[in-house]
Write a protein that binds this ligand. Structure first.
Ligand SMILES: *Cc1c(COP(=O)(O)O)cnc(C)c1O
Length: 365
């Protein structure tokens, strides 16, 4: 097994397309005749500026990002945006509205409370974040400077299947774990942001897509490096950007384009997810965490109801080449993260394994 690639169901950092890794490998010591690795290049060199620009252009093209939006390549981690967003946006009215549907939106909500008056549009903690509220269940604050939500809840395995209507309040969305897995109408958003390590590139890059009119209203104490205006004015190069990750994002975007763009990704997403959900639904041994109408196409959360059997599942799966299936401690059980780069074949084989495990462990139950 050691010389073979496994099927990696990690939640993040997570699987990247094999052809992307191979391409990066083939260029690792000498990038296209430059005589050096992208890791060794000045971020001000022409060869790197070309990589940077092309990556921005590709993302703009693939996501159909309108002209009045800027694309930033930052190093803050998705979590850094929990602070950057209120620091930059809350000054307008001193208020903001948060939809708490999981761990990361809860952390963002807590952080924002340092900077203004935050109201809850919803909190699905009453049922351990197993569902997404409908539009009618959102308590909106018309005076909010922005409305914040997280499109896909990586830990709990739920995903919004609609873009909330906030009646003109700018929408801010954490798309870390489902960006590029479906077409998105960017013009509905004020900010879309995502840590790269789930669906795009290695850890170390955070992509921020921001409407032009939003930077420039930051609170006075906003740190220089958290100020969107700094990064917009300097095209993400106030300081050294995460060069290698940006290069890797470029390769991943080529791969996404070759596979039909976000539309192609969306087809594959539900092909993978439906296979897994149908297999688990049919099995008397497993229970799914998320409500049926709120299920994520990226993170599938399930359990047997017995911690002992869950542990056995995770261990035997790893032995069979399906790794990182242990669920987050907040949900327990198992979680299969099936991002863009997970081949459908990997999920088909996992389903075979699930059926075999069920057969071998159902006696007397
Ligand atoms: C992983 C994740 C984060 C945290 O990302 P970091 O880059 O580690 O800060 C935030 N939000 C979502 C939805 C995530 O999946």
């Amino acid at each position: 097994m050691s010389d073979q690639r496994v099927y990696n169901f990690a939640a993040g950092p997570s699987v990247l397309p094999l052809s992307v890794l191979e391409r990066a490998g083939s260029e690792i010591t000498n990038y296209r005749g430059s005589g050096m690795s992208v890791m060794e290049m000045s971020h001000r060199s022409k060869v790197f500026i070309d990589i940077f620009q092309q990556t921005q252009d590709k993302l703009r093209r693939l996501m159909n990002i309108p002209e009045n939006y800027r694309i930033l390549f930052l190093q803050t981690g998705a979590s850094g945006q929990f602070s950057a967003i209120p620091l930059n946006l809350i000054g307008t009215t001193g208020r903001a509205s948060y939809a708490v549907t999981g761990n990361f939106s809860h952390l963002a909500y807590q952080e924002a409370q340092k900077y203004g008056r935050i109201t809850l549009a919803c909190d699905t903690g009453d049922r351990n974040h197993c569902y997404i509220p409908r539009q009618s269940g959102l308590a909106l604050d018309p005076e909010a400077s922005y409305f914040y939500y997280c499109a896909n809840n990586t830990i709990y395995g739920t995903e919004w299947d609609y873009v909330p209507d906030t009646g003109g309040v700018p929408l801010v969305c954490d798309m870390s774990s489902d960006i590029l897995s479906m077409p998105v109408d960017v013009s509905k958003f004020g900010i879309i942001y995502a840590g790269a390590q789930k669906n795009m590139a290695p850890a170390g890059l955070t992509v921020v897509i921001i409407r032009e009119d939003l930077p420039g209203h930051e609170l006075p104490d906003t740190p220089l490096m958290m100020n969107y205006k700094t990064m917009v004015d300097k095209d993400s190069m106030y300081n050294t950007p995460p060069c290698w990750c940006i290069y890797m994002l470029g390769l991943t975007l080529d791969w996404v384009e070759e596979h039909g763009g976000p539309e192609g990704m969306e087809k594959l997403k539900w092909q993978r997810a439906n296979l897994l959900y149908e297999t688990l639904e049919r099995s008397p041994l497993f229970q799914l965490h998320a409500d049926k109408d709120s299920r994520s196409g990226m993170n599938v959360t399930f359990r047997t109801g017995s911690e002992e059997l869950d542990a056995k599942f995770v261990q035997e799966a790893a032995g069979a080449g399906f790794v990182n299936l242990k669920g987050h401690r907040k949900t327990g059980g198992m979680r299969a993260s099936i991002y863009n780069a997970m081949p459908v074949e990997g999920v088909e084989k996992l389903c075979d394994f699930i059926r075999a495990f069920e057969k071998n462990n159902s006696e007397g139950r």
